[in-house]
Design a protein around this ligand. Structure first.
Ligand code: BDR
Ligand code: CA
Length: 308
């Protein structure tokens, strides 16, 4: 299996990404680190631990990370994820405890201990990964690549031209892109992974606590997307990044020049992708463009079904 760490901000779609990362047999989830984003880092950490508690995930260290972006003020997404960051289901008091280490230390220890380079799946702002690189620049060789849910080749979702994970910490995204191989799982892909009522029904039909949790999470998330974006079926962003590490054939990708706008007055956090090769700049990233949607949901459901 591919050794992975998951850096996340649960978050409804992050919760499903965590469940998938732990359950898919092609992945070996070595650590979970939590970053600010959908809510404060403390709420996101609590949510990660609550999901682990419901699912019985006890052997994976979970650590608290950055409580704010590198330079910009904290911005949370209560309109989409609620005041807890994981509104909807009634979650238990977590019995799984957070690791004593902070996220950067846990990431560094995990990279050092691994016998091969580790894939970092990031489903929030890239603050923790940037801080890891600042603190331990030599460890960049221990990272195989960063597969990041963030960005877009076109329109954004928090700004007209910026996706939330990119806009929340553009400076971190730019630093990570400069230092590490990066695959962008942007809105281009994730807006193909729409959670239809049939998908929710498949979670419910599992008849397990984790299946019910997924259905309840997706119902709340869908209601918020309907209200905020007028979308009937919400896009399941974060699990797409995990799934494509488990099965790279799920996604058609291209190599392209990607830069992150950190200066723009109206466009900070825009991920500028030169798909048409008009700039002559070198390729800097792999960019996902097309998802095999049916296969993606089958993979996700198979993974969630393993929780009894
Ligand atoms: C991203 O922003 C967060 O709200 C989601 O968890 C996802 O990672 C989508 O723009
Ligand atoms: Ca997220």
């Amino acid at each position: 299996p591919v050794p992975v760490v998951l850096d996340c901000d649960p978050g409804h779609d992050d919760a499903l990404a965590l469940l998938l990362a732990h359950a898919d047999p092609r992945l070996d989830l070595r650590a979970v680190t939590v970053v600010h984003g959908n809510q404060t880092v403390d709420r996101c950490l609590r949510n990660a631990l609550a999901v682990c508690t419901v699912a019985g995930i006890t052997g994976v260290p979970v650590a608290r990370g950055a409580d704010r972006p590198l330079v910009r003020p904290l911005r949370v997404a209560a309109d989409i994820h609620g005041e807890s960051g994981l509104d909807g289901p009634l979650l238990p008091e977590p019995t799984v405890r957070a690791d004593d280490r902070d996220a950067v230390t846990l990431l560094a220890d995990t990279l050092r201990a691994a016998d091969e380079p580790v894939t970092v799946v990031a489903t929030g702002a890239l603050t923790n990964v940037a801080l890891l690189l600042r603190a331990h620049p030599a460890l960049r060789d221990r990272v195989r690549e960063v597969v990041w849910m963030g960005g877009s080749t076109g329109r954004g979702n928090i700004q007209p031209l910026a996706e939330a994970n990119a806009a929340n910490d553009p400076e971190a995204a730019a630093e990570v892109l400069d230092a590490l191989p990066l695959t962008m799982v942007g809105l281009d892909l994730t807006h193909q992974a729409l959670v239809t009522p049939e998908v929710v029904a498949r979670f419910t039909a599992l008849g397990t606590p984790v299946g019910t949790l997924c259905a309840e999470l997706m119902t709340f998330f869908g209601d918020r997307y309907a209200e905020v974006f007028g979308m009937t079926d919400p896009p399941l962003h974060d699990p797409v990044a995990v799934a494509m590490v488990a099965d790279p054939t799920l996604v058609r990708t291209v190599r392209a020049n990607l830069v992150v706008e950190t200066q723009g007055r109206w466009t900070a956090g825009a991920t500028v992708v030169d798909l048409d090769r008009v700039t002559g700049r070198p390729d800097t990233a792999t960019v996902g463009l097309e998802l095999r949607v049916g296969a993606f949901f089958d993979l996700l459901l198979d993974a969630v079904a393993t929780y009894r």
